[in-house]
Design a binder for this molecule. Structure first.
Ligand code: DX5
Length: 221
């Protein structure tokens, strides 16, 4: 089963709640909310208040993707706001092992995300405290960027690394996912696809765009 999550970074911020409801009604498996601080990435987006507002209008999984320095400072704030899962970047955590333990200790799922330039070896020592791994297929900060095809090999190597260790950790892929790249990511080993522009900024409705994405991965063996 492949999950597709909508990244609200590409939604219409004037009617963010409606767009979240639209995605939920269309059958999205989760919403990913990109939290950016203008330091870890060159953009600033949302805070716990927006998560709290969206929590009030949708029941679907809320994934919080922290693209901020010292993410440990805000874990509880996002949990209180209604997060179901929190992704921290390996590159932003001085004590990644402790941070992931801390998130799991607070009874929500802990995800770790790595940027295109970060090798898989950075994950080897934290697999026991990770519920999901997210591979960035763009450099973080903005929606609508081009998929970095060179990351496909990394996704496959991660899948192999997990299988060798008997780890059933799902692999999420975030960035440039559309009807052309979705199947490539799935064939490489992704089981969660995060899509922003292809759901919110493409021609059709959210429901039509989601259906096209699901159709595009049907050929997956
Ligand atoms: C980058 C963001 C984007 C977003 C997805 O920091 O994390 O990857 O979620 O945006 P699209 O699908 O437009 O690349």
């Amino acid at each position: 089963m492949i999950d597709i999550e909508a990244s609200v970074l590409s939604a219409d911020f004037v009617r963010l709640g409606e767009q979240a409801i639209e995605a939920e009604k269309a059958g999205i498996d989760g919403l990913q909310i990109d939290i950016m601080d203008g330091q870890f990435v060159p953009n600033i987006t949302f805070g716990p208040g927006i998560v709290n507002a969206l929590r009030k209008v949708v029941k679907v999984t809320l994934d919080i993707h922290l693209m901020i320095v010292d993410p440990e400072r805000f874990i509880q704030d996002f949990i209180d706001a209604g997060a179901d899962r929190i992704f921290v970047h390996q590159e932003s955590c001085i004590h990644l092992h402790r941070t992931l333990q801390d998130i799991q200790g607070r009874k929500i799922e802990a995800g770790v995300t790595i940027n295109p330039g970060t090798p898989l070896t950075a994950l080897e020592e934290v697999l026991d405290h990770t519920d999901i791994i997210q591979i960035m297929t763009v450099n973080p900060g903005f929606g609508g960027q081009k998929f970095i095809y060179g990351q496909l090999n990394k996704i496959s190597r991660l899948r192999e690394m997990l299988e060798k260790r008997g780890c059933k950790i799902p692999i999420a892929v975030d960035g440039g996912i559309d009807t052309k790249t979705a199947l490539l990511a799935v064939n490489a080993g992704a089981t969660v696809l995060v899509a922003g522009s292809s759901i919110y900024n493409s021609k059709g409705s959210v429901a039509e765009n989601l259906a096209k994405l699901r159709e595009s991965i049907k050929q997956h063996p």
